[in-house]
Design a protein around this ligand. Structure first.
Ligand code: GRG
Length: 307
């Protein structure tokens, strides 16, 4: 189902689940448009591999965050489908590479065989590379169309948070700490970068592109920071409490891979308490926004999600 700009503007008060589905559909219905130019080329196999992982499902949490921040600031989410898609491309590339034998060596993701299991390691690496590159093509194109410095700032925020001092840096800490018991400071740093950075960028980049004021940016930074940590804590909890069907991948992989997690450090109850605290911190940061209902519910969903 495709939503036109007018449909999106018309959306008034509606329940959280419906609005989430609507924003998710907005992204999903445009997800392949940006790579359509090489579908029938010599690189057809690359297109198929990218398409496979893009269509494998997933919550689309980062694009939904990006678009709902646009909502929060009273603008039209349909104008941000491109940058929302770029975020999902970056996320999908990171999952493909994370699943490779040289990293986590996983066979299942989102309930389906991982990319390298279907297309081979060589194509899976290239599909990840191409998704990352396509994300920046999309962002450059948005900058070119807008001619606006605030769009450059938002795009830079995404690049920086996905990079060596962001998600990639966090992944470096992750692979280097495997099999070791790391201290809490290192655990927090790793998670802030590996998981939190792209979640933070999803929220802050659209606010930057829209020229949000300092007070709004400060509040969103607190929300995004706490939500990023909360998302990782809930991921650690799900790894021991969820089931394969909901999660789409085997349970208990953190323990099998000797990973330090919030659960291994604090126990299940301790991790649940930290999660609740982070969620409350995130929610109270939104007090300055009148239209905060959806992002409040999104934080609560992060606490109670089953997948
Ligand atoms: C390979 C550069 C590089 C980075 C990998 C994202 C990542 C960094 C690793 C994934 C490992 C992992 C399970 C991290 C925990 C949090 C996380 C990012 C979970 C997956 O994201 P979801 O739950 O997945 O949003 P879906 O499938 O819903 O999109």
């Amino acid at each position: 189902m495709f939503f036109s700009k007018n449909d999106i503007i018309k959306v008034g008060k509606m329940n959280f689940k419906e609005r989430y589905e609507e924003l998710k559909t907005l992204v999903e219905s445009n997800l392949l448009t940006f790579i359509d130019n090489f579908r029938d080329s010599r690189q057809g196999i690359l297109y198929e591999a990218m398409k496979y992982s893009l269509e494998a499902g997933g919550k689309r949490f980062r694009p939904v965050l990006h678009l709902s921040t646009v909502d929060l600031l009273g603008k039209n989410p349909a104008d941000f489908v491109d940058s929302a898609t770029a975020l999902e491309y970056i996320h999908t590339y990171s999952l493909i590479h994370d699943d490779l034998p040289a990293m986590d060596n996983d066979d299942y993701r989102r309930g389906k065989l991982t990319n390298h299991k279907v297309f081979g390691e060589d194509i899976a690496i290239l599909a990840g590379d191409a998704l990352l590159n396509s994300a920046y093509e999309i962002l450059f194109s948005k900058i070119r169309k807008s001619g606006n410095l605030s769009v450059v700032e938002g795009a830079y925020c995404i690049a920086e948070n996905a990079g060596a001092l962001g998600m990639i840096g966090g992944q470096v800490c992750d692979v280097q700490s495997e099999g070791k018991k790391i201290d809490l400071e290192s655990l927090l740093y790793m998670h802030l970068k590996k998981t939190g950075a792209l979640i933070e960028a999803s929220i802050l980049s659209s606010a930057m592109m829209l020229g949000a004021n300092q007070q709004q940016m400060d509040a969103l930074k607190i929300y995004a920071y706490n939500l990023g940590i909360a998302f990782q804590v809930s991921d650690d909890i799900l790894d021991v409490t969820a089931d394969f069907e909901d999660l789409g991948k085997p349970i208990g992989s953190d323990e099998r891979n000797h990973k330090s997690t919030y659960v291994s450090h604090y126990g299940l109850e301790g991790a649940q308490k930290i999660l609740a605290e982070r969620i409350e911190n995130a929610i109270s940061a939104l007090d300055i926004f009148e239209n905060r209902e959806f992002l409040v519910e999104l934080a609560r969903y992060t606490q109670t999600r089953k997948k």
